[in-house]
Design a protein around this ligand. Structure first.
Ligand code: ARG
Length: 457
């Protein structure tokens, strides 16, 4: 078919070049935004007297008809077109004749594609934020149910100090809350309209950029036409936010994988979110969590690809920028898929409180509390630390635990020890006495849940 831009050249590009050049396979995802944007543009052209009011009305109707037909399936996207913008304009012209050819007055595909992508992505962000909230709700519910379940907290993956399962869940909730914040910051900065920047240098027509932007729900307009058509910061920024979100999901997945191993058995994932092995009949594999961890690399790749694509581009539009869409679409789709599986996986996981407690009892995680006990009786911390460490070494040698050492033994190490030492190193005391703000107590977990729920709303 003859190219819309035939003129300077005959437009009969090689078939291989056509396929290479075309983006309709992926930018067809923005059909709705493209048509909505064009309707606002036609309306503006009519209101400003750049085209006749009746012509504007015909364009708006024609565009609405195309949208309806695409949605009903009466019209199929012609994949031989260069991109979605050309497709819509071509169908419009076929249907309306010469009036259709007026739509592209006072705009360019350069500002049009930037507009469509911003509109598309702001909807994607809204959807992703809702999915993050669903995962947050699942985390809060698990935290609530197990707010007092003692488990070992780790550093270096070595048992360190007692925390609660609720506390551990809420640590991830805090990460996701920051992700929500990053996504809304990004949506706010993204919601600036490039339409009317035209190819790069604005236009001689008396357009109304502000009115057109308002009609499309934008908060502002791009203030420099060169920047308006060449800015893809909103893609890089969203990819950055999505990469951080995936990093959080990946760290969480790693813990779920570890915890559901036979070695830990802290949790059991529901059968709905695990798989079996084709050869080993006993297996229950955490495939979903592993895939979330694995797909994180893909989203990082999308970010890296976009940053690299942009780094050498002179102003203003360059065709390289067509590469923005596959990366950002892939990242959004991947994140949505991961969130959709994570929320119910967390919601349905069973938590083995006995196992958590047993692990907490086995790792001398009350050794700091033992040292603190001596400090409260007047010993300097470093000396108390030494005595506590020596007692741990003795316990290890004797195959026992601090709770089981007789008081006479304690007294051999320091005259400051008394019968109240046992209460001081009881794991429940160790958690519930950690009353500093943000700590692991059940009351603190409840406060954290309340905070997250109110911030989410
Ligand atoms: N398909 C193009 C893209 O996605 C649309 C903009 C084309 N502009 C141009 N001057 N060739 O970037």
């Amino acid at each position: 078919m003859a190219k819309m831009w035939a003129g300077r050249t005959a437009g009969n590009t090689d078939k291989i070049a056509d396929d290479f050049n075309s983006s309709i396979r992926f930018d067809c995802a923005m059909a709705k935004q493209d048509i909505t944007g064009s309707m606002a543009h036609a309306h503006m052209l009519g209101a400003q007297g750049i085209i006749g009011a009746d012509e504007a009305a015909q364009l708006v109707d024609g565009l609405q008809g195309i949208l309806d037909d695409l949605q009903s399936g009466a019209l199929e996207i012609d994949l031989s077109c260069e991109d979605i913008h050309m497709f819509v304009e071509q169908v419009l012209t076929e249907r309306l004749g010469d009036v259709g050819k007026k739509l592209h007055t006072a705009r360019s595909r350069n500002d049009q594609v930037a507009l469509d992508l911003r509109m598309y992505l702001r909807d994607e962000i809204a959807e992703i934020r809702a999915l993050v909230k669903a995962l947050l709700a699942a985390l809060c519910a698990q935290a609530e149910a197990h707010k007092a379940a003692i488990m070992p907290g780790y550093t270096h993956l070595q048992r360190a100090q007692p925390v609660s399962f609720g506390h551990h869940m809420m640590a991830y909730a805090m990460m996701l809350l920051r992700d929500l914040g990053r996504l809304s910051d990004c949506a706010r900065r993204m919601n600036v309209s490039p339409i009317g920047c035209c190819a790069l240098a604005g236009t001689t027509y008396d357009t109304d950029r502000v009115g057109e932007a308002k009609a499309l729900g934008f908060d502002d307009i791009a203030r420099n036409s060169l920047d308006g058509v060449s800015d893809r910061d909103f893609c890089a920024e969203l990819l950055g936010a999505l990469s951080i979100l995936m990093m959080h999901l990946s760290r969480f997945s790693e813990e779920l994988i570890l915890w559901s191993s036979w070695e830990f058995k802290f949790i059991e994932l529901s059968d709905s979110y695990t798989t079996g092995s084709s050869i080993m009949p006993q297996k229950k594999n955490p495939d979903m969590a592993e895939l979330v961890r694995g797909k994180t690399g893909r989203v990082y790749g999308d970010l890296m690809g976009t940053l690299t694509m942009l780094k050498g581009l002179p102003l203003a539009y360059n065709k390289d920028m067509q590469e923005d869409k596959e990366s950002i679409f892939d990242a959004c789709d991947t994140v949505k898929m991961c969130l959709r599986v994570c929320a119910p996986m967390v919601e349905t996981m069973a938590v083995n409180e006995d196992k958590l407690l047993r692990a907490a009892q086995e790792g001398f995680i009350n050794a700091t509390d033992l040292a603190d006990y001596l400090v409260k009786k007047g010993l300097p911390f470093r000396s108390a630390y030494k005595i506590s460490g020596t007692l741990v070494a003795k316990c290890i040698a004797d195959h026992t635990v601090l709770e089981a050492l007789p008081l006479e033994v304690y007294k051999e190490f320091s005259p400051l020890f008394d019968a109240d030492v046992y209460a001081a190193i009881d794991l429940r005391t160790c958690v519930e006495k950690r009353v500093s703000l943000g700590g692991p107590t059940a009351a603190s977990v409840e406060a954290q849940i309340a905070y997250v729920r109110s911030e989410m709303a």
